[in-house]
Design a protein around this ligand. Structure first.
Ligand code: URP
Ligand code: ZN
Ligand code: ZN
Length: 463
């Protein structure tokens, strides 16, 4: 017996049409008008949108950072993702300096084993190429194991930051292999100097995290890494968490020159701003200490426009949650000690739908493209993921476009004691969420099995 999702509007990047979706086992068997229901369990999807499950390609689950560990492990992070309509995540394995990549791969597989509730892939965050670049060969080994995207940090000196030479050597190798390099683009060295000046002047409160990381430091790093990628043989490059117009314009310029440069922004940069959400009394601003920081509100519309015009291809979350009560407070009296990161894996689909589609900024089809189809293509998972088509995994999001919901920490599944979107009202929410044919979330309730999520052996990047 299969599952027939009947009478909904099926959406892809290419268009929308009334159709039924037949699921057999873990796969989609057919998508078409008036499919035969006999022998199948029928799910009435009339009035609903039927979408490919969301794909969030930027999460940090169970990650040691800032003297603590991110508050959602693989179980709780992927539960929250499923509730919000996301059926695939790509998380980061972090190579420790002085240790090979293989060690990080094993560590992150162990973190996820028996815990992930939806399918997941890994990027490898490269911090060290080893003596005489000996570990460059590990890049090939990672690709063979399904890690086809690498991450480098141009920020966080002495923790994660790599120098330009390392970026160049890594990109030379990935360009040959056809793999992708994801980049946290900020000039970490200059930012460190600005931070030192702020602390010396007695500016130690959480707002100074934002004030010491100017937009030009992000734009400069995007410009530089694009140049390095060109020098390295036009290496495919994906700029993560583009937070401001100035950095986005650098991505735009690179694409206009025909370089294989892509970019994502994150939900928080689209709907929150330093003007609206920071400058709160006491230590409240620590809730918004993530990197890059919130920007002036005037950056939001250009970022939406960049998503519409395909200057940016993806919206992710950079979900890196820390509790306010005992984690963010590590930085009372010194903003540099506040663990950087915020929660959001549960709310991406709601917020992008409401502020994007309902607000007329992007089409329904583009919504599906930037939250599922493009991430699947860019990160080597298409058409297994990211589309509702015969033969694809039955990762299906039945979306109620009329459901009203108020985001609040009181009812969220993420393990933080606050929400950066507290009180936000949205129209449109996940109704039923299937992961490889299994119902994992039912109107905000997790109904899946812990540990059922599978590691994704990804192919080389597509689009
Ligand atoms: O503040 C953030 N974004 N924390 C996670 C690490 C990163 O830079 O993505
Ligand atoms: Zn980052
Ligand atoms: Zn991140």
């Amino acid at each position: 017996m299969g599952i027939l999702i009947q009478g909904g509007k099926v959406v892809s990047a290419a268009g929308s049409f009334q159709a039924d979706v037949l699921v057999e086992g873990e796969k989609i068997r057919a998508v078409g008008a008036a499919l035969d229901a006999s022998g199948h369990k029928v799910v009435d999807a009339s009035g609903m949108l039927v979408l490919p499950g969301g794909i969030d390609v930027h999460t940090h689950l169970d990650m040691p950072f800032g003297g603590t560990v991110s508050a959602d492990d693989y179980e709780w992070g992927t539960r929250a993702a499923a509730i919000g309509g996301t059926t695939t995540v790509i998380d980061f394995a972090l190579q420790s300096m002085g240790h090979p990549m293989a060690e990080a791969f094993a560590t992150w597989r162990a973190k996820s084993e028996g815990k992930a509730c939806i399918d997941y892939g890994l990027h490898m965050a490269v911090t060290d190429l080893g003596p005489n670049d000996a570990w460059l060969d590990e890049v090939d080994q990672m690709v063979a194991q399904g890690i086809t995207s690498f991450k480098i940090f141009m920020a966080y000196p002495n923790v994660l930051m790599v120098d330009d030479r390392t970026i160049y050597k890594l990109m030379e190798r990935t360009a040959k292999l056809g793999a992708l390099v994801c980049v946290h683009a900020e000039n970490g060295t200059v930012i460190d100097a600005i931070v030192k000046e702020a602390l010396e002047a007695g500016n130690t409160g959480p707002l100074y995290h934002a004030l010491t990381r100017p937009t030009v430091a992000e734009a400069e790093a995007v410009h530089r890494v694009v140049a390095i990628s060109e020098l390295a043989g036009r290496a495919s490059t994906y700029i993560v968490h583009v937070s401001c117009e100035q950095a986005m314009r650098e991505v735009e310029a690179a694409r206009k020159r025909g370089l294989p440069v892509m970019g994502e922004t994150c939900t928080q940069y689209l709907v929150l701003s330093i003007d609206d959400d920071m400058g709160k009394p006491g230590f409240e601003d620590a809730k918004y200490v993530f990197t890059p920081p919130l920007r002036q509100k005037q950056n939001q519309q250009p970022l939406w426009e960049a998503l519409r015009a395909d200057v940016l291809q993806v919206v992710s979350t950079d979900h890196c949650p820390f509790r306010f009560s005992d984690q963010k407070t590590l930085g009372r009296g010194n903003f540099t000690k506040i663990p950087n990161g915020g929660p959001g894996i549960e709310n991406r689909m709601q917020l992008v739908y409401h502020h994007g589609v309902n607000a007329g900024r992007i089409s329904l089809e583009r919504f599906v493209e930037i939250t599922a189809e493009a991430p699947a293509k860019i990160f080597g998972m298409y058409p297994q993921k990211g589309v509702l088509a015969a033969g694809s995994d039955a990762d299906i999001l039945v979306w109620d476009p009329k459901a009203k919901y108020t985001i609040t920490a009181a009812t969220q599944s993420m393990h933080t004691d606050y929400s950066i979107f507290e009180g936000f009202e949205v129209e449109g929410n996940a109704s039923h969420v299937y992961s490889r044919g299994e119902l994992v979330a039912d109107r905000g309730r997790f109904v899946g099995r812990v540990g059922r999520g599978q590691y994704l052996h990804r192919g080389l990047p597509g689009a």
